[in-house]
Design a protein around this ligand. Structure first.
Ligand SMILES: Cc1cc2nc3c(=O)[nH]c(=O)nc-3n(C[C@H](O)[C@H](O)[C@H](O)COP(=O)(O)OP(=O)(O)OC[C@H]3O[C@@H](n4cnc5c(N)ncnc54)[C@H](O)[C@@H]3O)c2cc1C
Length: 498
């Protein structure tokens, strides 16, 4: 019997962070690990489905971002879960990853010449990568990414062209899918430099089992019954006095079940914490953690899948991109609409950047939409959304676009246990400090009353708790291992490789 054999740990959330934490503890010899998941399935923001037949459709994460130093990529490769034929890999259309086979259309129905689009996208890529590469002047420190980009574009010769401006607006709208924001005016320009992009490509694809195959690999490493689904945790009571309680933490489920444990690893999404953290913890979270939850941004990205009976786009077409006549806004217009003005709800569909073709599904298109417009769309039914998409496709391309046979949308913003898609750094926020504050285990070292006796009572993992890999699946996976390792170290076991 090792020192860890009697230790009881509950993990809240069965996404990649929760499952990697549980799996790491089990590998280190911990025997009493219970994962509690609110939804009826494990995986969290990984959600692989098969609505159109045998082949998978990802409603959540799609790609593994980067290879070098990415433990999730290595796990997928080791288990043979990566896509082998690169020919059937699909990317999404971002200004940074254009393929020449993307068809760009204006509202008038004119197809834009590739070189015109390329020029503006290359400029966009250049200025955006300065922000990601810490090359911004101190004068940009309080600026939003949108404000910084507008300023740079206005100073460039491209900014004088009306078409150039429209393409630039498309780039900004499209970049919102990377930042999960309603608008780039919500995202800090200077804080983006803390995000670390791993070498080895942004769009590494999984094989026919999709992301679920990685989730299954982690589930296989756990004992049967270790993961309980449909078990939303209602509250976490910590710092319980030793005289009256055998364990310092009590985790209570909404249905009344109660788990008395030594450690709880909380991996719920930042969106859920924003809505529920105040009521969930007793005693309340320290100020540093509550303010991290409040100040970091958590935005929505949704996908709209349209399945047609027959393909109506040319064989060489990788995607249909929509370039509107008027940009949705500049910073002033955006702020005005945010304070209740404007009619963005009536024109929510203008936020759809375009429709990409989908791997393994020759007659399916995937549209992308972000922010408040995505949240608005979540309240509409599939028929209404499908009709809006077909209207757009017909009017922009002039092609004969049939009615879709099936429409499927993700609704991450209205999913009660997630409330959004991923994290971003808002302007004026010291993002590294806040990610780290979110990650800090409780009691904090400053809380002298509890830290000596019973350390590491409440630990935090999940994508939002990583200062450099936030938003990603590998970020989530690594944080689960990080928190498990803290517990392993506490009991003196040897360090595990990730
Ligand atoms: C549309 C979309 C596309 C994406 N694309 C990519 C991509 O291509 N590549 C990439 O790297 N990343 C992508 N991501 C991000 C990636 O999916 C996430 O960063 C990652 O999956 C987060 O894992 P996690 O374990 O931190 O959180 P989650 O997966 O959200 O897991 C947290 C779990 O906690 C559960 N929970 C919440 N509250 C409770 C409670 N009270 N009690 C019990 N359980 C609770 C939730 O139900 C959830 O299952 C995408 C995300 C979305 C939404």
């Amino acid at each position: 019997m090792g020192p860890s054999s009697g230790v009881k740990v509950v993990v809240v959330g069965a996404g990649l962070a929760g499952l990697s934490a549980a799996s790491t503890l089990v590998k280190a010899g911990f025997q009493h690990i219970q994962v509690l998941e609110a939804m009826s399935r494990p995986g969290g923001r990984v959600h692989t489905t098969r609505p159109f037949g045998q082949d998978i459709i990802e409603l959540g994460a799609n790609w593994i971002h980067g290879q070098e130093g990415n433990p999730l990529f290595h796990l997928a490769r080791e288990r043979g879960l990566l896509l082998e034929e690169s020919g059937s890999a699909k990317t999404m259309c971002l200004p940074g990853s254009l393929t020449p086979n993307n068809y760009f259309f204006e509202e008038s129905g004119r197809q834009l010449p590739v070189d015109e689009v390329d020029q503006v996208c290359a400029f966009f890529r250049g200025v955006t990568s300065k922000a990601f590469g810490s090359e911004l002047e101190p004068s940009h420190s309080a600026q939003s990414l949108g404000g910084y980009l507008d300023q740079e574009f206005a100073q460039s010769p491209l900014g004088a062209s009306k078409v150039g401006q429209r393409i630039f607006e498309w780039c900004k709208r499209s970049e919102c899918t990377d930042e999960a924001s309603s608008s780039l005016y919500e995202v800090s320009a200077v804080q983006l430099c803390h995000y670390v992009a791993l070498e080895g490509g942004f769009f590494n694809c999984l094989g026919p089992g999709g992301y679920q195959a990685l989730v299954d690999t982690l589930l296989d490493s756990l004992a049967p019954g270790s993961v309980l689904c449909d078990r939303p945790v209602h509250s976490i009571h910590w710092a319980l006095e030793e005289e009256r309680h055998a364990h310092p933490v009590s985790v209570r489920c909404r249905a009344g079940q109660c788990f008395n444990v030594d450690h709880v690893i909380v991996t719920v999404p930042l969106g859920f914490l924003k809505e529920n953290a105040t009521a969930m913890f007793e005693p309340a979270l320290p100020v540093s953690k509550a303010s991290a939850i409040e100040s970091l941004g958590f935005g929505t990205v949704d996908k709209i899948y349209l399945r047609f009976e027959k393909r109506f786009w040319p064989d060489d077409c990788d995607g249909i991109q929509l370039v509107w006549d008027a940009g949705p806004e500049d910073e002033k217009v955006y702020r005005y609409s945010q304070s209740g003005g404007g009619d963005w709800r009536d024109t929510w569909y203008k936020k759809i950047c375009g429709f990409d073709t989908v791997a393994r599904h020759p007659t399916v298109l995937c549209g992308w939409i972000t922010g408040r417009e995505a949240q608005h769309m979540a309240g509409l039914d599939e028929k209404t959304v499908g009709e809006a998409c077909v209207r757009l496709l017909r009017s922009f391309t002039g092609w004969l676009v049939p009615e879709p046979a099936q429409v499927l949308m993700s609704r991450w913003g209205s999913e009660p246990f997630v409330r959004g898609s991923y994290t971003y750094p808002p302007p004026g926020v010291d993002a590294v400090r806040e990610h780290n504050a979110l990650a800090a285990p409780l009691p904090l070292p400053s809380d002298a009353a509890h830290s000596q006796e019973k350390p590491l009572q409440v630990l935090f993992a999940g994508e939002a708790t990583h200062a450099n890999f936030y938003t990603t699946t590998h970020g989530a996976y690594i944080t689960g291992i990080r928190e498990a390792q803290r517990i392993i170290d506490l009991y003196g076991d040897k360090k595990l490789d990730s």
